[in-house]
Design a protein around this ligand. Sequence first.
Ligand code: BG6
Length: 487
Amino acid sequence: MRWTEKLEGIGVTENRLILTLFGATGDLAARKLYPALYRLYKNGHISTHFALVGTGRTEWTHQEMRQRVSESVKQEVDDAKHLEEFLSHVYYVSHDVNDTTHYQRLKNFQEELDEKYDTKGNRIFYISLSPTLFPTITGHLRDQQLITDDGYNRLIIEKPFGHDTASAQELQQSLNNAFDENQIFRIDHYLGKEMVQAIRNIRFDNRVFADSWNNQGIDNIQISLLEEVGVEDRGEYYDTSGATRDMIQNHALQILALLAMNQPKEATAEAIQEEKIQVLASLYYPQDAKEVSEKFVRGQYGPSKELKGYRQEDKVSETSETETYFAACVEIDLPQWQGVPFFIRTGKRLNSKATTIDVQFKPTQEGVPGNQLHIEVAPRTGYRFTVNQKKLGYSHETESIPLEYYYTPEQLAETPQDYERLIYECILGDKSHFAHYLEVEHAWKYIDHLFSYWNQEKPEFPNYEAGSRGPDAAEALLAQYHTNWQE
Ligand code: BG6
């Protein structure tokens, strides 16, 4: 029995589409996209009526592309025959993004595949190349009529979406010449993570949280996106970006929006985006340089005995003033969040890798601890909630005990990974876990405001040692609020 027949038997609906990938020879494609597509194929979400067309400047044959795909999915393969089936849907067209005739060639090839796989004109264009090329590619897709009239046409793009507000606006305008906002899917892979997607369920499907999720019930919220790795081989990009643009403008502020938004009126992408936009439009802007220095911390790692400092990394300027660490107290100008600090931190070359959200509830009365909700996105997947109860035995004192649930590696092996989930949601046309342009723009405005102060002062870098907890100033920031970072 063919794989796909088996799936039809269990009622999995398969989707029809041609996915064209610009940047098929790149690192992201090999590390994330091919495994994601193979898993979607394995699960029957795409199969008979599907083709992947990789493009790139390199002159590859279909066979060479299949070889690359095959290498990058080998961890996922449990049936060699099934891999062969998948590879038969994989193609390659060498392509210069500036050459009009190449788009015509690509168009003809897509039409052939459309007929062969009966994909009904459905197209996803995935650009995994430098954002400077987005306008060129989308302009050609429109002019050479690669955008079809009969099926759907969607565009997936990787971050960064601009470098600041002005460049994001410019980019949006040029993309809008070819694609409408509802066709543009900006990938933020944090929004594909299991526990980030779980935020809505935890908040809105538990009476105990739904009622106290505001400044009456919550003392503070912490979002930590900590990394052990340095800048690896991305020095060139990172030195023009830094931690704030690389992690805060997108991932951290997206998580903050999910944590602070009101319950969407309905479970649609539009309703969710509308609530997130409201949060990001209501971020409180620090009023002067003093407030910025009290509430925002930037850092850069210096060398340790074993590890290089940031300025010694490959393709990084020896006098670089780029921040590799960010911590802040972010506030939201909405009545329900008055007085609740959202502490956010991220950094490279820290002493651990952890992506966590900690919600500190207010105590019910003096002398008892407030409940804590710890949502662990990585390295484990699950959560811990501390509740107060009576100490065991004769004592009537209150003590806090953890209630926790972490998924097992076996459960997680069956769970879709970030890219797999987001590509699938794009195939379904579901934008619930993609940011609307206005979310992106509000986030940039906030970051631009911060840099308007930071750019006036030369930072004292380096200010933390590679492999450490980060700068002392980040600890001092929380001490001002009589609290500390949750570990
Ligand atoms: C990317 C950043 O968006 O996220 C990288 O550009 C960072 O600098 C990465 O390392 C972290 O993602 P994850 O999924 O490993 O937490």
